[in-house]
Design a protein around this ligand. Structure first.
Ligand SMILES: Cc1ncc(COP(=O)(O)O)c(C=O)c1O
Length: 408
């Protein structure tokens, strides 16, 4: 071990990996890469090798690394006040909640620390809303292939057996329907439905956008049966699609009663949010929900600074995302017949293959590009919002090289 910048750093990647393997719970399948620092959209490993980061901490590092305004906000706030608990007020929760309300069209915000906690909050709100109306109103309609988090409530509405199977039986009342099947949705929603939960763009499920018509029908059914409609924007929200939230892609927007978000909200400082309209929010009364860390001064200050920066970035998220898809369709798809589809909105991009994507991810990493593969065959890109067309050109050139090895 050696001293680096006052922190204890391991001397080699192998020693980091070996120590982790001994003492860290072995629940992750990590890539054999130790990242040590970052600068903008680039990451550097322990040997100083540079990587263009197009997965950005699975959509968290929205401004890349080392953004001067985020560094300044963290540094100043760390020296002033990090945490108070929710026994007291801090000066940032109110302004951040007001900002989120303004850009989301919703009324009230609850702060937590992760996506799955935001999902848990939404489930409690939905269940309390149902219970206020009838003891039998506790069903939640969710989609097959969805992902809402790893805690037990979130797993109960996650429509992928691989995440659920080791923990069943889970919370009763979840009903799964195939995405885009309006008849199945209509058959599943009834007087016992307390809520409908939807990712506008399924992320872990393979970057699969839903249609406006489907989400609009979900809205109508929720209204018809006095259920709450919840959009999980944890992966697709907060600027990722070039709009503040993915539900704003539809014109006019299809409004949810509850919206959950997390990943980019505080640029890597853990912060999850649940926003709700008054109708949904009133089912949570004092004492019914809470979090010790949620919305602490550090996280909410950084979140507020992020929203100040985000406003100016939205047009380039759309432009650069469109450029990425156009380049992939023009330069890669005609050359590589295993490319089935290029899709997504803004900087949430999936390239679906007819083959497994793992090997391309590994080759691209060796060549200096970070991405991942979801749903076995979908190359997923969640780059930082600060990237330009030049970064896309660099990524496409690396992908071209990585894909070329597949045809040999
Ligand atoms: C759509 C969606 N919901 C919920 C979650 C869970 O978020 P977290 O890992 O922060 O708990 C994720 C994480 O990838 C997600 O993509």
């Amino acid at each position: 071990m050696s001293e680096t910048n006052g922190a204890v750093a391991a001397s080699s990647a192998q020693s980091v990996i070996d120590l982790e393997k001994q003492h860290v719970l072995q629940n992750y399948g990590r890539y054999p890469l130790v990242l040590e620092r970052g600068d903008g959209p680039y990451m550097f490993d322990l040997d100083g090798k540079r990587y263009l980061d197009f997965i950005a901490g699975i959509g968290v590092n929205a401004l890349g690394q080392n953004h001067p305004r985020i560094v300044a906000a963290i540094t100043d706030q760390a020296s002033r006040l990090i945490h108070t608990s929710n026994l007291f007020y801090n000066v940032y929760q109110g302004p951040l909640a007001a900002r989120i309300a303004e850009v989301s069209g919703l009324d009230r915000v609850f702060f937590c620390n992760s996506g799955t906690e935001a999902t848990e909050g939404s489930l409690k709100m939905i269940k309390a809303h149902g219970k206020d109306r009838s003891p039998s109103k506790f069903e939640i309609v969710a989609l097959e292939n969805s992902f809402h988090g790893r805690t037990l409530g979130a797993l109960a509405i996650t429509g992928q057996p691989k995440y659920r199977k080791d923990f069943e039986p889970l919370m009763p009342g979840a009903r799964f329907v195939p995405a885009e099947d309006i008849a199945a949705l209509e058959a599943a929603v009834n007087e016992n439905t307390a809520g409908i939960c939807i990712e506008w763009i399924q992320g872990e499920g393979g970057v699969v956008p839903l249609s406006d018509a489907y989400c609009r029908r979900a809205r109508e059914l929720a209204d018809q049966y006095d259920a709450l409609l919840c959009f999980d924007e944890i992966q697709c929200g907060v600027g990722r699609t070039g709009t503040y939230f993915a539900y704003q892609l539809a014109q006019p927007a299809v409004m949810p009663d509850i919206m959950t978000a997390a990943k980019p909200v505080a640029c890597g400082i853990p912060l999850g949010i649940l926003a709700a309209n008054e109708r949904a929010a009133k089912s949570i009364r004092p004492g019914m929900h809470g979090s010790t860390f949620g919305g602490n001064a550090l996280a909410t200050r950084v979140g507020l600074e992020f929203f100040n920066i985000l406003e100016d970035l939205l047009p380039s998220i759309t432009r650069v995302g469109d450029y990425f898809r156009a380049q992939a369709r023009e330069k890669l798809a005609p050359k590589y017949p295993f490319i089935k589809e290029v899709r997504g909105y803004g900087l949430m991009i999936g390239i679906e293959l007819t083959i497994s994507g793992g090997d391309i991810v590994t080759k691209a990493r060796d060549l200096g590009l970070l991405l991942n593969c979801t749903h076995e065959t979908v190359l997923r890109f969640l780059p930082p919002y600060i990237i330009t067309e030049q970064h896309v050109d660099e990524a496409i050139a690396i992908l071209d090289q990585a894909m070329a090895t597949q045809t040999l």
